[in-house]
Design a binder for this molecule. Sequence first.
Ligand code: CAA
Length: 372
Amino acid sequence: MQLAVRDFARNEIAPIAATLDREPRFPWETLRRMGDLGLLGLMSPEEYGGAGIDTLGYVVLLEEIAAADASHSTIMSVTNGLPQQLILRYGTPEQRTRCLPKLASGEWIGAFCLTEPHCGSDAAAITTRADRVEGGYLLRGTKAWITGGGEAQLYLVMAKTEPDAGARGVSCFLVEKGAEGLHFGPPEGKLGQHAAIATSVTFDDLFVPEEARLGDEGQGFVMSMTSLDGGRIGIAAQAVGIARAALDAAIAYADDREAFGQPIREFQGVSFKLADMATRLDAARLLTWRAAWLKDRGYRVTKEASMAKLFASEAASFVTDGAVQVFGGYGYSTDFPVERLFRDARVTELYEGTSEIQRVVIGRQLYREQGR
Ligand code: CAA
């Protein structure tokens, strides 16, 4: 599967990556092809139209897509990792049957709505409300930086059902595109990953029936955190893929480019840089695979997922920055791919929890594991 997906990514995604960066649009045609290949429902069971593979298989394939284009891999990671995993784990039979096959086939893309304009890291401070009314709830509030905003058909929305109860007052709701009161802002201007369109999403007294609540009232925060444990492994795999593309480009360039009468790879200044880039990339991949492997064996992976995401995202910034340096002036040119990879990598240190939040999570787990 890895080789088949590598071929697909190289032949159908990589050739359009630079154009999507310059002329951003949500890449529906290639996403549909990814749906046909099973790449958008990789961990969903076959009974829901998914491929039924484990997390380790998923991250191996996600790396292949990320190495071709980061935007595709972000959309793939969000729809596979957050909405589908939550619906699988907490959904009623009706919610699973209605949503999962459409998500797995790529007919629907899923979006995860937690972050708000005033709070990203402090996720329990959200102010979007879900007030009880007859037969359901009224949603009011605004979410920010929603990957797939306006494009996705299914939005998993975290809102406060008990505003004074902090993290325990958050519940999760399924909202479909077209619902009355659902509005989207314009695409955010971003440093990179331009085709992974992100917008604000506003709920203007939007009615959701009782049956659209996912899980129990008050469970939404813990649901978000457990799904982010899995999602962060996906972002780590994505960072590995972006870094791999940058390292491959740098290795090839250092062999071709000559200076002072020899290929620049003959200079230690270049070869030591490539060696450091390759070492960090391998370490990032191994941390990612470890987290995936442990998750597949039923372990709680809060710490390991954060370690993988923290290390891999910082490695991706290091490797893409090194690739720009190896390319010299051409590394700064839009005629070569490394400047795009450099920009695309940066957000992996920000979304699904900043590097600082990963350190908070790891630091807390060190004590929790000892029962302190
Ligand atoms: N698994 C299970 N339960 C967890 C958990 C986990 N990983 N993390 C926390 N919890 C539980 C706690 O046990 C606690 O439960 P009890 O009330 O029963 O004790 C409850 O959740 C509250 O936990 P904390 O007290 O630790 O909560 P906190 O307010 O201190 O926040 C945090 C912790 C780690 C900082 C959290 O707010 C966080 O992860 N912030 C970052 C948010 C984030 O990653 N946002 C990304 C948005 S999604 C995105 O970017 C997608 C995209 O579009 C690409």
